[in-house]
Design a protein around this ligand. Structure first.
Ligand SMILES: [Mg+2]
Length: 381
């Protein structure tokens, strides 16, 4: 079975605020793009890329000679060939992002052909359910309660709050936000804090981070994410060694090779690759396994789409140790792209799909709405 064509379905209309400079982003900005791989036997698979479609189109043009006619049922081998054949162009950037979506789609195809969930094809399922954490942006302290209560009533029993004013104004505001959030969710619900140190011109270093980590520990925060600039490897090593709560990061990195030194030096307690940028399921599974061998917990970064979440669910099923997946809430590119809503159990967990491939069905109306009228190609499987 060979790759016959690649289609792009750029998402627009409900793009989530990333917390970045407003000039870069509004609801109409195309920041996430679905990718469909179509085979010569009529089987199709779907992937998702954390990138504007213009960049992906360019990446696919570069890869076209290697892509069309390549095996559609050897995801790891086909993706690795694409990485190696494009070594001199766009490595780690738009090319790697584009391969991420293609790789997810190829695993989806292999799952459909073999009638197995991707997690089993990766080596087997360690778990049938996982706790999603509701992920949302921080706001003024007085505005934290309403979105958290909405998430609680939806069934979330863990939340991550991030970016917004945190670390960008003063210590008093930081603590007031965290206190308001803790008061809103109560003592039993897990609360994570994401400083968003990959924001432009992040001003803080080790001393701010360690003092803030101590404050967060006082509120029983589960982990402290991106407290430093994303490339500050030495800073992360020192902070992870001394902080009283787990330190997490690495969401912006691409390619498994970028993670090696971070894992070997134990720069973070929990590692957070994003399947829609890092190189797809193949790359992220290898990172997760390497991290596990170094006692670092794999927690997928999922500020993306329903397709990214479906991939994350398969990845955590196939990871020896996993405790959470990220779930933006509210999130039209997740909830409105699914044919059926993901239900949370009383203990705040969700079932990991065990159907073929990604194991979830897509909502044609949602896809049409966010792509200006595009539809998915019918798959023979
Ligand atoms: Mg983050």
């Amino acid at each position: 079975m060979k790759i016959r064509d690649i289609r792009l379905l750029p998402l627009q209309g409900e793009t989530p605020d990333g917390g970045w400079d407003e000039k870069h982003l509004d609801r109409e900005t195309n920041l996430h793009t679905l990718v469909e791989v179509i085979t010569d036997e009529g089987v199709t698979g779907i992937g998702s890329v954390f990138t504007n479609a213009t960049l992906i189109r360019g990446a696919i043009e570069v890869m076209r000679p290697f892509l069309i006619g390549a095996s559609a049922i050897d995801p790891a081998a086909t993706s690795e060939r694409l990485h190696q054949q494009t070594f001199w162009q766009g490595r780690g950037g738009a090319i790697t992002h584009a391969i991420s979506g293609i790789d997810i789609a190829l695993w989806d195809i292999l799952g459909k052909v073999t009638r197995q969930p991707i997690s089993r094809l990766l080596g087997g399922r360690y778990r049938e359910s996982i706790k999603p954490y509701g992920s949302l942006l921080m706001d003024e302290p007085t505005r934290m309660r309403a979105p958290l209560e909405a998430g609680l009533s939806r069934g979330f029993r863990a939340f991550k709050i991030g970016w917004g004013p945190f670390g960008r104004r003063d210590r008093r505001t930081d603590e007031a936000i965290v206190k308001a959030a803790r008061d809103a969710v109560g003592p039993e619900v897990e609360l994570m804090v994401d400083a968003g140190g990959s924001d432009a011109f992040w001003p803080h270093g080790f001393k701010w981070a360690i003092e803030t980590a101590r404050m967060l520990a006082d509120y029983g925060v589960t982990w402290f994410e991106e407290p430093l600039r994303p490339d500050d490897l030495d800073g992360y090593c020192k902070l992870t060694e001394h902080a009283p709560l787990p330190i997490t990061g690495c969401e912006v990195f691409t390619r498994r090779q970028s993670f090696i030194e971070w894992i070997e030096r134990r720069a973070v307690d929990y590692i957070q690759p994003d399947v829609t940028k890092v190189g797809g399921i193949t790359e992220e599974h290898r990172i997760a396994q390497c991290a596990d061998d170094h006692s670092i917990l794999f927690v997928p970064h999922g500020w993306n789409t329903a397709v990214g979440l479906a991939a994350d669910l398969q990845l955590v099923a196939a990871a020896p140790c996993a405790r959470w997946v990220e779930y933006i809430t509210p999130a039209p590119y997740i909830d409105d792209l699914l044919a059926e809503p993901i239900e949370l159990a009383d203990d705040g967990t969700v079932a990991i799909p065990d159907g073929p491939g990604l194991g979830l069905a897509w909502n044609p109306d949602g896809i049409e709405r966010f792509t200006g009228g595009l539809t998915l190609t019918d798959s023979t499987l």
